[in-house]
Design a binder for this molecule. Structure first.
Ligand SMILES: [Zn+2]
Length: 296
């Protein structure tokens, strides 16, 4: 498990809370339209941290970001969660990981969390919203406000979303989102995004999911971007048009990815990804129309 000492943006600290490390997917499976040449051209710097030399599989991570400001304790996205029934998505079926113990090791008990911010409501971003107690799904963070894009709620609460692309997310709204709404702990971000608390900004980046938003953070002139699922692996920095098989609105996903890569370079932002391996954090730079990535 990767250990990082944490990051600082102005007077705010950011710590990664690991859930799973993944190494089971061939690039051509995650990216159906992948040109194999792209992997060839980048294998020298992708191996061994991002691409397994033995199997050729992508190496990825699932984790949350713990953000501590002077006033608040905040989690950004909540992984896949324990005990969830995901028979159609075996990777996340009935997990039993020590994610809560890792949160405790970072110094945080569930009742200390003030806000849970979500980029979107997919299976690997909503799981620890709730935990199973006496056979019921209850909010894991009893005092927290859970904040997510309203459009995501409308879509995943509706039978319209129960299509083939969303098979991996089957059951997620019911066991991981509906209980926090029922508990009166949900707060919605409207379709235009906007500022939140003193330091955050929700930026609409639709495409991977219908109401997906990235979350910017600024403090004392320094800037971070929690990119959510606009990217799943550094290959997409080199090829921003590359969508995963999970990107539900492909053209919007391409536009959002291009736009936010540009945004990250213009704001000199430290980018905190949802699924990159190694530290999962880095800087995007740009030469002409070509982006590149340096881990931080
Ligand atoms: Zn994801």
């Amino acid at each position: 498990m990767h250990l990082n000492p944490g990051y600082r943006i102005g007077d705010i600290t950011i710590t990664r809370i690991d859930e799973l490390s993944l190494n089971g997917t061939l690039p051509s499976r995650l990216y159906p339209k992948l040109d194999p040449q792209l992997v060839e051209e980048n294998r020298d710097w992708l191996m061994p941290g991002d691409l397994d030399p033995a199997s050729g599989h992508l190496i990825q991570s699932i984790h949350s970001w713990l953000v501590r400001t002077r006033h608040h304790t905040i989690l950004i996205d909540t992984g896949a969660g324990n005990d969830k029934l995901r028979p159609l998505n075996p990777l996340f079926h009935q997990l039993n990981t020590p994610w809560l113990q890792r949160l405790a090791a970072a110094g945080i008990q569930p009742e200390q969390v003030d806000y849970v911010l979500q980029t979107h409501l997919h299976v690997d971003h909503s799981g620890w919203n709730t935990c199973l107690i006496d056979g019921r799904w209850v909010p894991t963070f009893p005092r927290a406000r859970y904040v997510f894009p309203q459009r995501e709620e409308e879509w995943y609460a509706s039978p319209d979303s129960h299509n083939e692309v969303n098979i991996p997310n089957r059951g997620v709204f019911e066991d991981s989102v509906a209980p926090v709404i029922a508990a009166g702990q949900a707060e919605r971000i409207g379709p235009d995004g906007g500022d939140f608390l003193d330091n955050f900004q929700f930026i609409p980046t639709p495409g991977h999911s219908i109401g997906h938003m990235s979350i910017a953070l600024q403090s004392q002139g320094e800037q971070a971007l929690f990119s959510g699922d606009i990217m799943h692996h550094p290959l997409q920095i080199m090829a921003p048009d590359l969508n995963t098989l999970y990107c539900e609105w492909p053209e919007q996903a391409q536009r959002s990815r291009q736009r936010m890569l540009t945004w990250a370079t213009e704001h000199d932002a430290l980018v905190f990804t949802s699924h990159f391996a190694r530290s999962s954090v880095g800087h995007v730079s740009r030469q002409g129309n070509v982006f590149s990535w340096q881990y931080a």
